[in-house]
Design a protein. Structure first.
Length: 366
């Protein structure tokens, strides 16, 4: 009996997840000046907790944020008992005399898939930098986004972008030693500090949008964007990145738009009373998001897959504050991608990352 053609086979499934790991750092290593380093006991407890969460997620692709030491991520993955043949946190390597990240934690990626290309983007496009009151012109990401081109076992290729935007936490001025230069109890100064954070997040969102446009331009390569957006799906910054609202007015905008994976689920999806990833002063919100290109929208004539389900792992947010646990819930999506027929152009080539991205950048680590 002849074997079935690739196009007659069931589509491959792919699980992706985004996880803010809340300052994952090696023990006895200072990361923030006002934070006490982890003891070896605290570090072991954090690894045990993360290993259990990774095991529960069991994702093919893990997008991670707030990693100070790449070696600590490797330890956490090992604690899960799962096998990830690739893990990287550009800028947080612990090799060749470098001891992890400095100043701010980094984003990273762990995957079971074959990695065809990987690049970290630090600088904004030329001319995009914006002045921040008291800080000068903001011209680069505090936590450079990471872009990877990955290949599934039957040859499907997709691009994954991991990001972590500036938080809403007020940005107060500090001296070189980290000492405050402003009166944090003054409400007017606090408002100005919040404005600094807003402008920083806004220009980072704009730069990320430019990167997304370059990744989607002139290609049908599926794109997944995951990370801690530090803002909700309906916020100005998230909508700036996705541009999904433009689709209602211009159908041609679909090929450069992103769609929240949760919104692409059918009527049988769990309702939003469980869909949150962060709780601040008792109010739940979705800050950690998974966005996908139209190739995962079954209504699109360019669809090569769909979103089967989206899960929010957030029970630990109600277990009290503990350094071993994250203060963010983890979000996981189950995607499907069609197995390509021989000669199928879906996914194009592994050269996509280099040929399609014209975004002005500075490679950072990789």
């Amino acid at each position: 009996m002849p074997s079935p053609s690739p196009s007659s086979l069931a589509p491959d499934t792919l699980t992706v997840a985004t996880c803010n790991l809340l300052n994952l750092a090696l023990p006895e290593r200072e990361f923030y000046a006002n934070q006490v380093p982890y003891t070896r006991v605290q570090y072991a407890r954090k690894l045990q907790w993360l290993g259990g969460r990774f095991q529960a997620l069991n994702a093919d692709i893990l997008a991670v944020q707030e990693v100070w030491d790449e070696a600590a991520l490797t330890d956490a993955l090992a604690a899960s008992g799962l096998h990830y043949h690739f893990a990287a946190v550009p800028g947080a390597e612990n090799t060749q005399g470098r001891s992890g990240a400095n100043g701010t934690p980094r984003v990273g990626l762990a995957t079971r898939l074959k990695v065809l290309a990987l690049r970290s983007f630090a600088d904004f496009p030329a001319g995009l930098g914006q002045p921040i009151p008291g800080l000068g012109v903001h011209t680069s990401f505090e936590r450079p986004p990471l872009v990877a081109t990955l290949q599934m076992k039957h040859g499907q290729i997709l691009t994954v972008l991991t990001c972590h935007l500036k938080s809403k936490r007020p940005k107060f001025l500090l001296d070189a030693a980290g000492n405050p230069l402003e009166d944090r109890d003054n409400p007017k100064i606090a408002a100005l500090a919040s404005l600094r954070s807003l402008v920083m997040r806004g220009v980072e969102a704009t730069a990320l949008r430019c990167l997304v446009i370059d990744l989607l331009r002139h290609t049908r390569m599926p794109l997944v964007v995951m990370g801690d957006f530090n803002d909700t799906p309906d916020s100005v910054t998230t909508q700036m990145i996705s541009a999904s609202a433009e689709v209602a007015y211009d159908r041609k905008a679909r090929d450069r738009a992103l769609f929240n994976a949760y919104d692409l689920l059918g009527d049988a999806a769990l309702k939003k009373d469980v869909a949150y990833s962060h709780v601040y002063q008792g109010a739940p919100a979705v800050l950690d998001q998974i966005l996908v290109s139209e190739e995962f929208d079954p209504r699109s004539r360019h669809a090569v897959g769909d979103v089967r389900r989206v899960d929010y792992f957030n029970d630990h947010l109600h277990e009290g504050r503990d350094r071993s646990r994250s203060d963010h819930g983890f979000v996981r999506a189950l995607l499907r991608m069609r197995i390509p027929s021989p000669g199928d152009a879906a996914g194009n080539s592994s050269a996509h990352l280099d040929s399609a991205v014209t975004f002005e950048h500075s490679p950072d680590g990789v």
